[in-house]
Design a protein around this ligand. Structure first.
Ligand code: PRT
Ligand code: ZN
Length: 283
């Protein structure tokens, strides 16, 4: 039986639960419990605070966990990052009061910087030979300059609206994060195949997100050009149509490139284009 640690509540909880559900793992809904039994896979779910997940996995209390790369880097525990999961994207940035005339990183020399990520910031300043005063603050970092607790902050930014609301401006983007699957380095031989199976399921789901399956009819002589436009998974599927000189072409396209590709395919003479959602992409 495998144990996976996920965030009990907070920004990563919903996406982590959705990933488990898409992977065919049904978890009893009660979030009040620390541990929940699941069906569809031999796994138990441990609900923890995100700060505690790296250590729980390092100690082997949980075999795997889902947590932000920011927490993994900050806690610096002995865990293996198995793969990024494509949600919970954010960055950790240095921000200063809006009216500061910011000239470059050397501005931070001798300044007080409030943060919940002192370890990542220390490394960054050391690398760039900046000597500043790092103040560890838990929560509400963004108000520190206004109450004169600090000259600047180092905090998570996503849309940037929290900075704007607090009259701050982002001046250096230091660390880029998203949720990741981590695994303990204390995995027993018996559990290793289970982790492999879980990773395989997650991988198929994460790879298929943002992808569309596109089918079209196209003149036979344009198939090569169309296929080059949409490289697909392995090579595109080409089926002959009953009408001579025509073929049916099936490709996989990134959602963000979909309309641009469709316009080009139409220029090549593609007709009857069908766009389907892709639930899983199993390699
Ligand atoms: O209770 P627990 O300790 O488990 O949760 P938490 O309060 O420490 O973390 P939580 O739930 O806020 O965030 C969990 C993880 O989500 C973080 O560690 C990041 O990996 C990721 N994440 C993604 C974010 C954000 N986006 C985010 N925007 N974490 C925090 N924020 C906060 C940030 O601290 C700031 O206050 O949102 C604000 C900035 O957002 P914008 O959109 O205004 O820029
Ligand atoms: Zn936390």
């Amino acid at each position: 039986m495998l144990k996976i640690a996920i965030q009990a509540k907070g920004r990563l909880n919903e996406d982590s639960m959705a990933l488990l559900a898409d992977a065919g793992i049904q978890v009893a809904p009660s979030k009040r419990k620390l541990v929940a039994q699941a069906s569809g896979f031999p796994i138990q779910v441990l609900y923890l605070r995100d700060d505690d997940i790296p250590q729980a996995v390092a100690m082997g209390v949980a075999d795997v966990g889902i947590v932000g790369l920011n927490e993994i880097a900050e806690k610096d525990e002995d865990v293996t990052v198995v793969r990024k999961l494509g949600f919970g994207a954010c960055r950790i940035s240095l921000a200063v009061p809006r009216d500061v005339d910011y000239t470059g990183l050397e501005w931070f020399n001798g300044k007080r910087v409030a943060t919940s990520y002192p370890h990542i910031l220390e490394e960054y300043f050391r690398e760039h030979q900046i000597v500043a005063d790092i103040h560890e603050v838990k929560g509400s970092v963004e108000i520190a300059p206004a109450v004169d607790l600090a000259d600047a902050i180092f905090d998570i930014v996503s849309s940037g609206s929290t900075l704007v609301q607090n009259s701050l401006k982002e001046v250096e983007q230091v660390f880029f994060s998203e949720a990741a699957l981590i695994a303990t380095n204390k995995l027993t031989l018996m559990k290793a195949p289970l982790v492999e199976k879980l990773v395989f399921r997650f991988e198929s789901i994460v790879n298929s997100r943002g992808m569309k399956y596109v089918l079209m009819n196209i003149p036979r002589e344009k198939v090569d050009e169309a296929a080059a436009l949409c490289p697909g998974m392995h090579s595109p599927t080409v089926l002959p149509l009953a009408e001579a000189g025509w073929a049916s072409l099936h490709v996989v396209v990134r959602e963000c490139e979909l309309w641009e590709k469709i316009e080009k395919l139409k220029e090549l003479g593609a007709e009857d284009i069908l766009v389907l959602s892709l639930e899983n992409m199993i390699k």
